[in-house]
Ligand binder design. Structure first.
Ligand code: SAM
Length: 282
C-alpha cells in the first residue's frame, strides 16, 4: 500500500508527496501537528494539513527571510521573531555574531517541542544564549513594545487560524511602534498565483504601506509551498534593501546555499502581474 501526503492548494489543485513514514501526529491547543518522512523532501512537518518546513527546501525560505534584511543593515542588534517554531529562522540569525538578542514569540509550545525532536536541522540553535523564547500570541506580545527592535521577522502561518491576527492593521501598527527609528519589518507574504493567497498578500501589502515609508516585496522559488512562488514583504523606516553594501556582507564570510547578493538584488524584480496586484490594480 502506498502512503501519500496530499495538500489542497486550491479547491481544484492538489499537491502530493509520497511518504515513507508518518512519524508523529498530535493536536495542540491551537492546531494539528504532523511529521512525515519522505524520500524526495526528507522529514517534513505540517500544521492543520498545510506544509510548514521540509528538510530539502527549508534553506530557501530561511535564507531569504533572514539574510535579505540582515545584509541590508549589518548594524542590527535586537531582533524579534514572531512564529518560527521550527527554529530555521533562528538558526540563520544566530550566524551573525553582531546580533545581541533574539526574542522569539511562538504561540504553540508543542510546535517547538515536536521540531526539537524531529527536525534538529532547523531547531538546532534554539538554545543559543542570545535567544529568549516566549510562548505567547505575537499580536499581544508586541502591543507593549516601543522603539526597541532593529528588526522584526514575522515567520507565521497563513492568515487563517492562530496566524490571522498577524495580518491585521493593528499588528502592523504595533510593529511600526516596536521598531527603532531605522527599523525593518520582514514578513512571509504568501503567494501571488492562487487567488485566495493573492488577495491576502494584496491586503497585507496595502496595510503595511499605511505605516512604513519604504515598502518592497521580494520573491523566491519554494517548491513545496502553493504554486512554488513565494513572496516576502520588506517594510522599513530608513534602509532601502536595494542600497546594498555587498562588500560588507561578503566580509562576514557567511556561506549560504540560496542567498547571495545577486539574488538579493534580483529578488525585488517582480513579474508584471505581481506589480499590478501590489499596486491594487486587480
Ligand atoms: N515557514 C512556515 C510557512 O510559511 O509555512 C511558517 C513556519 S512557523 C512553523 C509558523 C509558526 O507560527 C507556527 O509554529 C505557529 O504556531 C506560529 N504562529 C501562528 N500564529 C501565531 C501567533 N499569533 N503568534 C505567535 N506565533 C504564531
Amino acid at each position: 500500500m502506498e502512503l501519500w501526503y496530499t495538500e489542497q492548494h486550491t479547491e481544484y489543485v492538489r499537491f502530493s508527496i509520497k511518504v515513507d513514514k508518518h512519524l508523529y501526529s498530535g493536536q495542540s491547543e491551537y492546531q494539528r501537528i504532523d511529521v512525515f518522512e519522505a524520500k524526495e523532501f526528507g522529514t517534513f512537518f505540517t500544521l492543520d494539513g498545510l506544509m510548514m518546513v521540509t528538510e530539502k527546501d527549508e534553506f530557501i525560505y530561511h535564507d531569504m527571510i533572514v539574510h535579505v534584511p540582515m545584509a541590508t543593515n549589518l548594524g542590527i542588534k535586537k531582533v524579534l521573531v514572531i512564529g518560527a517554531g521550527d527554529g530555521g529562522t533562528i538558526r540563520e540569525l544566530t550566524r551573525y555574531q553582531t546580533i545581541e538578542t533574539i526574542d522569539m514569540v511562538e504561540i504553540d509550545k508543542m510546535v517547538v517541542e515536536v521540531c526539537r525532536k524531529y527536525l534538529p536541522q532547523t531547531a538546532c540553535r534554539l538554545d543559543d544564549p542570545r535567544v529568549n523564547i516566549f510562548y505567547e500570541d505575537g499580536l499581544r506580545f508586541i502591543r507593549a513594545k516601543e522603539n526597541y527592535y532593529d528588526l522584526i521577522i514575522v515567520d507565521s502561518t497563513d492568515p487563517f487560524g492562530p496566524g490571522e491576527g498577524l495580518f491585521t492593521k493593528e499588528f502592523y501598527g504595533s510593529c511600526y511602534k516596536a521598531l527603532k527609528q531605522d527599523g525593518i519589518l520582514v514578513n512571509q507574504h504568501e503567494n501571488p498565483y492562487y487567488e485566495i493567497y493573492a488577495s491576502s498578500m494584496q491586503r497585507a501589502h496595502q496595510r503595511i504601506m499605511e505605516f512604513f515609508p519604504i515598502c518592497r516585496v521580494y520573491q523566491a522559488h519554494i517548491p513545496t509551498y502553493p504554486s512554488g512562488h513565494w513572496l516576502f514583504g520588506f517594510a522599513s523606516k530608513k534602509f532601502d534593501p536595494l542600497n546594498l553594501d555587498e562588500k560588507a556582507w561578503h566580509s562576514l564570510g557567511l556561506k549560504t546555499k540560496y542567498y547571495n547578493t545577486d539574488i538579493h538584488k534580483g529578488s525585488f524584480a517582480l513579474p508584471t502581474y505581481v506589480q499590478e496586484l501590489l499596486a491594487g490594480d486587480k
